[in-house]
Design a protein around this ligand. Structure first.
Ligand SMILES: [Fe+2]
Length: 315
């Protein structure tokens, strides 16, 4: 196992505590008001009574020590009706508050901070979070600067009867396997990248983009949806070959997790690429974007709260 991947097993005692919190939520559903306020309060309770789980989650905040944390042994939903889904959303937001500040963009997933990631009929054949076909290697929201995009992505299992796999690949592992010529091509601005329709309603390709870059921390970043990236010049076979090399190296160094109803994974969106296999039937995970803080987003969008207008922050 990669040393930057931490595996957390929730013990019986802490699982019992988390299950009691779920029960309390279930029994007070009609009294609940602001979901974020409730979730923040729950996170304080979890911090107090489930310290091992809390510390496991917080390992993700140790820069360059752990870039991904997998948790299993969480209490499972008792049904899959709308109230149980709501309980799971509150729990996932509470887990996010253990690490930082959850947020969302208005344009994505109806602005729901605990976003339901599940196939939707109109997106079935698209490589997207609402699609059913294979969703290739990517990082989320690469077209926002680091101040405005998510630092961590948390995926909480809810329904996954077909054991659909989520795959992850550490950026550093990919870089170490690329030859210097391929790396140099991928770092040059020879590519164009399509901005997702969920952010920009009309088809829009950003041009002269490099696939790999070095950020302010002197870390390599790979900010691309590999399936929506093309060489600027259709005849540039070297650029096309380099892109294919990147994808095959990511496949080679990757590891897979099956996010089931008792598990979650949280990973650093700057340090890992992710992908998903085909969804034959149903699958629902709750995705929460988490940052250390959301002050820069609040300032630039001139808004309060945790949901932001993405069109105001497009580069
Ligand atoms: Fe994604």
């Amino acid at each position: 196992m990669n040393i930057r991947l931490k595996q957390v097993y929730v013990d019986e005692n802490e699982s019992f505590i988390l299950n009691n919190i779920r029960n309390k939520l279930r029994n007070s559903l009609n009294m609940l008001d602001d979901v974020l306020v409730i979730s923040k309060l729950i996170s304080k309770e979890i911090e107090l009574f489930a310290p091992n789980f809390t510390n496991g989650m917080r390992a993700i905040r140790s820069y360059n020590l752990f870039d991904a944390v997998c948790v299993c042994g969480l209490p499972i939903p008792v049904s899959h009706d709308s109230s149980e889904l709501f309980v799971s959303k509150c729990m996932s937001l509470a887990f996010a508050y253990l690490v930082g500040e959850p947020f969302q963009y208005e344009q994505q997933n109806n602005g729901e901070i605990a976003a339901e990631i599940t196939p939707t009929p109109e997106l079935d054949n698209t490589p997207s979070s609402g699609g059913r076909v294979e969703f290739g290697w990517h990082t989320d929201d690469y077209f926002f600067s680091q101040d405005f995009r998510t630092k961590w992505i948390m995926l909480c299992g809810y329904l996954n009867p077909d054991h659909v796999k989520t795959s992850l690949a550490f950026v550093d592992d990919i870089i170490s396997q690329l030859d210097s010529e391929t790396l140099s091509v991928l770092m040059s601005k020879k590519f164009k990248v399509k901005v997702p329709v969920s952010i920009c309603r009309t088809e829009y390709w950003r041009e002269n983009i490099s696939i790999i870059r070095v950020n302010g921390n002197q870390d390599y970043e790979i900010g691309i949806p590999t399936f929506d990236t093309k060489p600027m010049d259709d005849l540039d076979v070297t650029a096309a070959h380099s892109l294919n090399q990147l994808i095959s190296v990511a496949d080679k160094v990757s590891f897979s997790k099956c996010i089931t109803d008792d598990s979650l994974i949280i990973f650093n969106n700057d340090r890992l690429l992710h992908s998903r296999s085909v969804i034959p039937n149903e699958r629902l995970v709750l995705r929460v974007y988490v940052r250390t803080d959301v002050e820069a987003l609040r300032m630039v969008t001139e808004s309060v709260g945790n949901v932001f207008d993405a069109e105001k922050i497009l580069l």
